[in-house]
Design a protein around this ligand. Structure first.
Ligand code: GMT
Length: 374
């Protein structure tokens, strides 16, 4: 099948899922055309069956705001027509679903019928989608998509709560992205912590929804009982807040900010616990990635996280903002090497339920169904 994959090319989970899905489909013989404004972070080097079409942005001085959606729609029309695509799969509703709708209507007027699938990833529904100014467009696009998928049961529920739609939403969970071997270079644990210290970690875009301040507060409480180091990976609006909190709590020498990096597996391999105290999270791909390398997760119990992290098995869940409970759970897990070893095994085991090989056929089946029905 020839598939146009529309995505955000950044470090965010939706872009990672879309890129890795495309790469896996290409490996199975499908032809994948990525359409976006910059090279997707996880695309890597040249691969058979994979093509990348860059949406050029206009810098015409009249535009205070670039008309990205229109340029994306035009690019989609062009790629569908000339590459003879069978299907469009758009990741993240805003503005990809509306651009896909516009493109399919233009193509229809030229006698070309192509279906599009919209995959909801979370913030398109829970945060941005809730902004009433987006509501009519998102509702319309959900209803006009040939199929809609959501990455968790929780996200499916939120979509029905916030949007006036009763169309079917297929839940297809995220999968463990394959290790990005191209970027992996050896990392020595001893450079970051002594044998006696534990290493805790958090990876995110440092947006307010991630509650990075809570990460630091939990770490401070853990460190009082279990000597530890904290690795903070990523960057974003709340990085300064995190840095200031570390200094205010006097733990700045125990916290390492790495900034944005590719190949986070190497960091995770050195870690003993992953912290994800988010305000909301449709799935929590970062937690799944941690579990896949055997790192148990201390998280909030919000959104889709409980569908991934199992309380008392692969880690622990606490109410949003309850840093004391998160710290208590982390300490109970980290204090005993025996208990920690069991949690590490459990985390890995749980992640195996989200292997790519189990999830890929769900997308392929849906693709076939949608193309058949056009
Ligand atoms: O977490 C973010 O802010 C990035 C965002 C994205 O769109 O890339 O992540 C969302 O999609 C991921 C992939 O499906 C999910 O694992 C994340 O839980 C979800 N983030 C939120 O719901 C906050």
């Amino acid at each position: 099948m020839k598939v146009g994959m529309v995505l955000y090319p950044t470090f965010g989970g939706s872009g990672v899922v879309a890129t890795e899905l495309g790469k896996a489909l290409a490996q199975k013989g499908h032809e994948i055309h990525f359409i976006t404004y910059a090279q997707p972070v996880r695309l890597g080097s040249f691969r058979e069956n994979i093509f990348y079409h860059e949406v050029a942005l206009s810098d015409y001085p009249l535009f205070d705001y670039q008309p990205y959606e229109i340029q994306l729609a035009s690019k989609i029309v062009d790629v569908v027509k000339h590459e003879k695509l069978d299907l469009l799969h758009v990741h993240y509703a805003i503005p990809h679903a509306s651009a896909a709708f516009m493109a399919t209507q233009i193509l229809k007027s030229q006698g070309i019928e192509i279906p599009f699938i919209t995959t909801l990833h979370g913030t398109d529904i829970t945060l941005v989608g809730k902004d009433p100014s987006f509501e009519p467009v998102i509702t319309f696009c959900l209803n006009e998509s040939n199929a809609v998928t959501a990455v968790s049961e929780s996200l499916k529920k939120s979509t029905y709560e916030h949007f006036n739609t009763n169309r079917e939403i297929h839940v297809i969970p995220n999968f463990v992205p394959p290790a990005n071997k191209e970027y992996l270079s050896p990392c020595q644990r001893s450079k970051y912590a002594t044998q006696q210290e534990k290493i805790l970690c958090h990876i995110s875009n440092f947006r307010p929804v991630k509650r990075v301040e809570d990460v630091v507060k939990v770490f401070q409480l853990v460190n009082e009982k279990v000597p530890s180091k904290l690795l903070l990976v990523g960057d974003g609006p709340d990085r300064l807040l995190a840095e200031r909190t570390c200094r205010a709590l006097g733990i700045e020498d125990r916290v390492i900010f790495t900034g944005k990096i590719v190949g986070t597996e190497r960091v995770l391999e050195m870690c003993d616990a992953f912290l994800l105290p988010s305000e909301t999270e449709s799935f929590g791909l970062a937690a799944l990635e941690a579990m896949a390398v055997g790192v148990p997760v201390i998280s909030s119990n919000t959104g889709g996280i409980p569908e991934v992290n199992q309380h008392g098995f692969s880690g622990y869940l606490s109410n949003v903002g309850d840093v004391e409970d998160m710290a208590k759970n982390a300490i109970s897990m980290l204090e005993s090497d025996e208990i920690l070893a069991q949690f590490k095994l459990n985390a890995k085991k749980r992640s195996e339920e989200f292997e790519l090989s189990a999830i890929l056929p769900m997308y392929e089946e849906l693709y076939e169904k949608v193309v058949r029905e056009v």
